[in-house]
Design a protein. Structure first.
Length: 238
């Protein structure tokens, strides 16, 4: 067999071996990444579902009364309150760190724990900001970074910065800015637009947003069943 043919065959075999090796290594890395992800998320959920952790989280959400750091320190230094503050806050801070480093997918984990993270932050936020000035300037910074994503996962139809209060009886009225509405319309996100002006107002100025339904404000509740349930509804009256 000519030497050139032998060289060509050897080169082809080498290339095939290289490709197969690369595929094998890629699959091995994917498997390792999957195993690492499962291990990390399993450990996180094990901590989050722990009874002691849940009780501390519930205490912060429902029983914490102090709104300033000096008041909190005076009443809870070295007792259950301070332990709950640091244990629960540190847990969500660690989640934020893992998200920031790309070890966990924020949407997958925050869809489960995001509402609790928001509720905890709503209670401890003023304490955290004051504690940063006097004790730890980096306290729960990664916790704070994941809050926009928490809100988006908790209420997907709202924008990232809409205030919500999970587990509270009184909820703030959800709103959307004109800029955010335009962004969604430009991206053709499915939504129901409701022009809630009085018929006389519509008659005086018939201009309205494309595909908007004209339902007067006093008829929205009565005609609620006409609205699609698989998309957000945006009501405007001006």
């Amino acid at each position: 067999m000519p030497w050139d043919a032998i060289t060509a065959i050897a080169t082809t075999i080498s290339m095939v071996a290289f490709v197969l090796t690369a595929i094998y290594i890629r699959d091995e890395l994917k498997g390792q990444q999957k195993d690492r992800y499962l291990t990390i998320t399993s450990d996180l959920y094990q901590i989050w579902q722990n009874r002691d952790f849940m009780e501390m989280q519930a205490w912060l959400i429902h029983k914490l009364e102090e709104t300033t750091w000096p008041e909190f320190v005076a009443k809870h230094r070295c007792d259950y309150g301070e332990v709950a503050f640091h244990r629960v806050g540190s847990f969500y801070d660690r989640v934020g760190t893992l998200v920031r480093l790309g070890f966990v997918n924020e949407r997958e984990i925050l869809a489960t724990i995001g509402g609790y993270a928001i509720a905890v932050w709503n209670k401890i936020e003023p304490l955290v900001h004051e504690a940063r000035r006097v004790e730890n300037s980096e306290l729960f910074t990664d916790f704070e970074r994941i809050l926009p994503a928490c809100r988006e996962c908790y209420v997907p139809t709202l924008s990232k910065n809409v205030p919500v209060s999970p587990f509270a009886i009184d909820q703030p009225e959800p709103t959307i800015t004109v800029k955010e509405l335009k962004r969604r319309l430009d991206r053709q996100q499915p939504m129901t637009l409701i022009d809630a002006r009085h018929p006389d107002q519509v008659k005086d100025d018939p201009r309205t947003l494309p595909l908007a339904l004209c339902i007067p404000a006093d008829q929205v509740e009565e005609r609620f069943g006409e609205l699609p349930i698989d998309r957000a509804a945006v009501v405007y009256c001006a």
